[in-house]
Write a protein that binds this ligand. Sequence first.
Ligand code: SDX
Length: 439
Amino acid sequence: MPEPVKIIIEGKTYELPVIVGSEDEKAIDISNLRKKTGYITLDPGFNNTGSCISSITFLDGENGILRYRGVPIEELAENSTFVETAYLLINGELPTKKQLNRFSVLLNDNSLVHEDMQIFYQNFPRASHPMGILSSMVNALKSFYPELQENEEEINITVTRLLSKVRTMAALSYKISRGHKVVYPRPDLSYAANFLNMMFDTPVRPYMIDEDIVKALNVFWILHADHEQNCSTSAVRLVGSARVNLYAAISSGICALWGPLHGGANQAVIEMLSEIKADGKDLARVIEKAKDRKNPFRLMGFGHSVYKTYDPRAKILKKECDKILSKSYIDDPLLDLAKQLEVFALKDDYFIEHNLYPNIDFYSGILLRAIGIPTNMFSVMFAIGRMPGWIAQWRESIHDPRWKLNRPRQIYMGLPKRKYIPIDERQEGSSEASETESV
Ligand code: SDX
C-alpha cells in the first residue's frame, strides 16, 4: 500500500491516501477532503484531476503512448479492424473467431433504421450541420427502441444497435441532405464497406469498393475509438451518472465532440489549410498569427491537452494519407501544404517550448477528403469512430462500485448577502454587481 501524503491546513496535519495505477500513475484520493478539512480543490478544465479509475485505455502524453485494453494502437491499426477493436474496447478482450462472427451478425441484424425516422431527417433544414442532426437522432432512438436497459442482455442489444445504426444514420443524413435516393445496408458488406456503399452508391453509378479505402477507413476509426477521459467521454460519463438511458448519454457526447477545440478540429483544419492556400501560403505569417496571444487564431490540428509530444495517431494517419493519396486517381494539394506547415511549425521556438505538435485532427481531414467525405461530416466520422469508446466508458461507469451522481463544487466569489430592492427604488447604473472585482 503506497504511503499517504500529508497536508497541513491551518496548522493541522491531514493524511490523504495515494492510489497508484497499473502503469505507475499516481493520484491523491481527495474524495473525503471536504469532509475532513472543509476545503475543496480548484482545477478549471480538470487537467490535474482524475474523474475515475478505468481499465479501458492507457495514454502517456509525455511519451506518445496509446493502448486499448493494453494493446498498442500501432498494432491494432496494422492488424485489426474497427469492429474487432470495438469488441476489444467494450468487452475487454480480443474476440475469438466465433465471438467476432456472432458480433458481426448482431451488427448486421441491427443496421437498419426505423423507416419513420426518415420523416425527421426529411424535415431538418437542408443546411443543418450533420452533428446537430446526429445528436438529435441518437437521442430519438430511445423513442423508437424504448426497451429498458435493466439487464446485461438488454444492454448488449442496445449497445450493438447503437454501434450499427450510427453508421446508417450518418449515411442517411448525407443522402437526404443531397436529395439522393437512400441506400440500405447490405449484409454481404463489412462495417466500413457498408458505410461507404450507403454514402456513395447511386442508381446511375454503383459504388466500386476499393479495399485500400476500406482499410484506410478502418484505420481512421480504430485511431478514434477511445482516448480515456477526453471532453466528450467525460460528458457521456457525467450525463450518464444521472442514470439517463445510453442514447441520451451518447447524444451529450456527440454535442461535446462537435466543438472546434475537440472533434470539430478536423473540419477546422481543412478550412484553415484552404484559407492559407487561398491567401498565398504565407506560412510565416500564419505561425506568427498563431503565436500572437491577442489573436484568437489557433493553429488547428496542433497542440493537445495531454500529448506533449507527437500524437501517435497523427503519425499513423499521415502514413495512411500518403498511401491513399499515392493512388493515381486521388490528388490533394492540401496534403503538401499540411506537410510544409508541419515542418515550419516544428522548427518554431514557440511551438517547441509549448510542446505543440500535430494531433489526430491535423491529417484526418486530408484522409477523409481523399475518401470523398464532405467536410461538414468530418466530426460525424469522428463520432462513429468514438462510439465504442463512449459505450465502453459508460458501461464501465455503471458497474463502478464508486459510481455516483457527478456534482463538482465551486468557490463563490460573488456579492455578500444584500436586501431585495423594490423596482421603484432602483437607480439607473447603481447596481452593486457592476462594482464587483472580476476574478
Ligand atoms: C482532440 O482530449 C483529448 O483526448 C481530445 C482528442 C480525443 O481523441 O478525444 O485527442 C481529440 O480534441 C484533439 C485536439 C483537437 N483540437 C485542436 O486541434 C484545436 C487546436 N488546439 C488548441 O486549441 C489546444 O491545443 C487544445 C485546446 C487542444 C489544448 O489547449 P490547452 O489545454 O490550452 O493547451 P496547453 O495548455 O497545453 O497550451 C499551452 C500554450 C497556451 O499558450 P499560453 O497561454 O501558455 O501562452 O500553447 C498555446 C496555448 O494558448 N496553444 C496554442 C495551440 N494550442 C495551445 N497556440 C497556438 N496554436 C495552438 N493550436
